[in-house]
Design a protein around this ligand. Structure first.
Ligand SMILES: [Zn+2]
Ligand SMILES: [Zn+2]
Length: 406
């Protein structure tokens, strides 16, 4: 047996040996859903697991209460690989995105690689990133310098139907639009009022008119959070919340400017005052995954008897703060199918599937493939070199941003 084959066997055995504890960890998180930045129990469970396996753990990493980082170093300096976990739930829906499985996969991968770090150069960091569903934990951690000493990052997200080594995601912004008008009796003095609800409705109509001239990947959607308070009063204040997305940041920003023009146009048309606020913590960048690392993961999945599909150009996708990580370093975010049947994300059916033995068996297989991928990055310098070369080419082409210090 070669050295690398022996390391791989040891790493995979580490996951098998802990299988019951890992599944229990995932089910406990699933049973106690905590939304963005409230993931206190999950963070505690995950950090205790890592500590129990010999990681040096920092809690409240980057100044975020529910973020954490567990470190372990190899026998010499080398690539610094981050293995990420998400563990936030959705309001009213629990783990309808299956982040309990992401947490288990990240932890399983980290402990498997740690098992063989005594024979590898480099280091791994198991980083717990809160609030993916809203709040952008990775955005905050990046801003706090939490990824400054990381060369490559990886995590896995559950999906259904077919596993994929990578997929795009949409660059996005969350935008709040407020209109201030003037209240007046809606029957006796309507001419004395300024109708803030008319302005809001005009904005929706403007966006709907704009839609036909947008690229097919653009998404603009929202709801009225405050539409007035009485039928007999001309609404003096309204508030709408929107998401503006597209496949690349450049075009997304263009759509955002056109959206803001719609908001201003509606103000002009109605005489209301407008205020547009772009949330600085919910600007998710688009994912551009590292092909060399993704290919290693897919190859290991197939060695383990798992099926990995091909990514189509027209995948239906959302947005994730992993995009922000991918804009500054080579990273992967493969998808593991937790059922063969397609189940919509963010649904009760997905939540229920994310607690099944089938989902856990598939998730642990994906974790094994991720551990083998991390071992490849640590053991074979050419993997990170080719990932860096691809990243540099993309940066030169304006496809990724790179670090501000680069
Ligand atoms: Zn989600
Ligand atoms: Zn998710």
């Amino acid at each position: 047996m070669t050295d690398l084959a022996r390391l791989r066997t040891r790493a995979l055995a580490a996951i098998d040996e802990r299988q019951d504890a890992l599944v229990a960890l995932s089910l406990a998180i699933h049973a106690t859903p905590e939304v963005a930045y409230q993931e206190r129990e999950a963070a505690l469970r995950l950090t205790e697991f890592l500590e129990g396996d010999g990681f040096r753990v920092s809690r409240a990493y980057g100044g975020l209460e529910t973020a954490y980082r567990g470190d372990t170093a190899g026998r010499a300096t080398g690539p610094r690989v981050a293995i990420l976990a998400e563990y936030d739930a959705l309001a009213d829906l629990g783990h309808g995105c299956g982040h309990n499985l992401i947490a288990m996969i990240g932890t399983a991968t980290a402990v498997a690689v740690r098992e063989v770090m005594d024979e590898l150069p480099g280091s791994i960091a198991a980083i717990g990133t809160p609030a993916e569903e809203g709040g952008g934990g990775k955005v905050a951690l990046l801003r706090a310098g939490g990824f400054d000493d990381v060369d490559a990052a990886m995590m896995i997200h559950p999906t259904t139907g077919r596993s994929l080594a990578g997929r795009h995601s949409l660059a996005s912004n969350r935008v709040t639009v407020e209109y201030a008008g003037k209240a007046a009796h809606a029957a006796s003095q309507p001419d004395q009022g300024i109708n803030a609800l008319d302005a809001m409705i005009q904005l929706f109509n403007g966006v709907n008119a704009m839609r036909q001239q947008l690229r097919p990947d653009a998404r603009v959607h929202g709801y009225i959070a405050n539409g007035g308070s009485a039928a007999n009063v001309i609404p003096a204040y309204t508030q709408g919340r929107f998401s503006v997305r597209a496949l690349d940041r450049r075009y997304q920003q263009e759509v955002l400017q056109r959206f803001i023009a719609c908001a201003q146009g509606a103000a002009h048309a109605t005489g209301a005052q407008v205020r547009v606020t772009v949330d600085p913590n919910a600007g998710y960048e688009n994912m551009v995954f590292s092909s060399p690392m993704a290919e290693h993961w897919a190859a290991h999945m197939r060695e383990l008897g798992q099926v990995v599909g091909d990514t189509n150009d027209d995948e239906r996708v959302g947005s994730t703060d992993m995009g922000n990580v991918m804009q500054v370093m080579p990273a992967i975010h493969p998808y593991v199918a937790i059922s063969d049947d397609a189940i919509p994300g963010h649904s009760i059916a997905f939540r229920d599937q994310a607690a099944t033995p089938e989902a856990h068996a598939r998730a642990l297989a994906a974790a094994k493939a991720l551990a083998l991928t991390a071992i490849d990055v640590l053991a074979d310098r050419t993997v990170l070199e080719s990932a860096r070369r691809e990243f540099a080419e993309r940066r030169a082409a304006g496809v990724v941003k790179g670090r501000t210090s680069d």
